[in-house]
Design a protein around this ligand. Structure first.
Ligand code: SAH
Ligand code: SF4
Length: 350
């Protein structure tokens, strides 16, 4: 019999479990609180009788992550983790400090099957989806390890959250529960490469999260050369879905645009982008592309990056260049996990 992933259950589902075990209803709320706070074993639940803890051990498991490697930036204190899951698979998370508090960037899958040409996460394809509990555990582990409370979450680590749709939705519901981590949905961003069918599904939940679209190019010719997903849903279809999404949620949409020299950094690209985004309440986040050793692309120099931003702003589009945190521990999105797999260390390793 497969054991139940108890940390992925909401309070109603825990009530059902308590009912099956002939337990009083109030136990469900107690369990939920313990689990969502990030305890790692049933015996840590001090207000739960031993008989129930034993029954739970038989029937259920608690999904945990363990720290395999930890890198701390000497520049800004950004912390990157490589976590190991129960089956030995590895994922990464990053904790960043901003004026308004701590933000964690979590992974939603082991690997990714979207295969974007510039990204390290997709190089080996998808291994498996993460459970809601494994997404939560990345937050609670980082909180415990640093003795902090995390106030913001970005689903921007390894994986495509909308390719793991039901688990990502359940995670959003759990993480924002009053009795759980209680991180408001307004403090959460979900980043997608543009899985249009799922953007439509997500719209129906009307979560007040920030939807972040990895656009990276203003037209199909360029975008399809970088992102396979664009062959299924082109730029116009994606932007139409964003418009529809905004029509329901009334939330500003964020567009990620990784500038790659000679690919998507021309004035014509900026102009076309500005034209296509007109009418959408949005913000463009320009990211200097992070070279991945398996690829040959380069990021443009800073003057070119600023020029691209200014050109968008002149055309009425809100744009900023993303601040690079943890530059000395490089390794964004999937790069760190590969390095650890290949046995490449870092002098910042703790
Ligand atoms: N799969 C989702 C979320 C994870 S990727 C998505 O694609 O949106 C998180 C962000 O990192 C995306 O905007 C992605 O395009 C960007 N990214 C991936 N590799 C990068 C690289 N080498 N340089 C800069 N940004 C990169
Ligand atoms: Fe997957 Fe996002 Fe990387 Fe594309 S950019 S391969 S969708 S993680």
């Amino acid at each position: 019999m497969d054991k139940i992933d108890i940390k992925s259950l909401n309070e109603v589902e825990l009530l059902g479990l308590m009912n099956d075990l002939n337990q009083p209803k109030f136990r469900a709320a107690q369990l939920f609180k313990w689990l969502q706070q990030g305890i790692e074993g049933f015996d840590e639940m001090t207000n739960i009788p031993k008989s129930l803890r034993d029954a739970l051990k038989e029937k259920c498991y608690i999904a945990n992550v363990s720290i395999v490697k930890k890198f701390v930036s000497k520049i800004d204190g950004t912390v990157k983790y490589v976590y190991e899951l129960f089956d030995g698979e590895r994922i990464e998370s990053v904790v960043m400090k901003y004026e308004h508090g701590y933000t964690v960037c979590i992974s939603t899958q082991v690997g990714c099957r979207m295969g974007c040409s510039f990204c390290a996460s997709g190089l080996d394809g998808l291994f498996r989806n993460l459970t809601p509990s494994e997404m939560l555990a990345q937050i609670t582990k980082a909180q415990q390890d640093n003795g902090i409370r995390i106030s913001n979450v970005v689903m921007m680590g390894m994986g495509e959250p909308l390719d793991n749709f039901s688990n990502s939705v359940k995670f959003l519901q759990l993480v924002s529960c009053d009795n759980g981590l209680n991180i408001g949905l307004r403090h959460i961003s979900l980043s997608t490469s543009g899985v249009v069918s799922r953007i439509k599904d997500l719209k129906d939940y009307n979560f007040p999260i920030t939807l972040s679209i990895s656009l990276h190019a203003p037209n199909d010719e360029i975008r399809s050369s970088m992102m396979k997903v664009n062959k299924k849903w082109g730029v116009d279809e994606l932007l139409a879905a964003c418009k529809e999404y905004q029509g329901v949620t009334t939330r500003r949409i964020s567009f990620e645009y990784a500038l790659i020299e000679g690919v998507n950094d021309s004035d014509a690209c900026a102009d076309e982008l500005a034209k296509k985004l007109r009418g959408l309440m949005c913000h463009v986040n320009i990211i200097p592309a992070n070279p991945v050793k398996e690829n040959s692309f380069k990021k443009p120099d800073m003057n070119k990056i600023i020029h691209f931003k200014e050109r968008l702003i002149k055309k009425g589009i809100n744009a900023t260049v993303r601040r690079t945190l943890g530059a000395d521990i490089d390794a964004s999105c999937g790069q760190l996990r590969r390095k650890v797999k290949e046995g490449i260390g870092s002098e910042n390793l703790q």
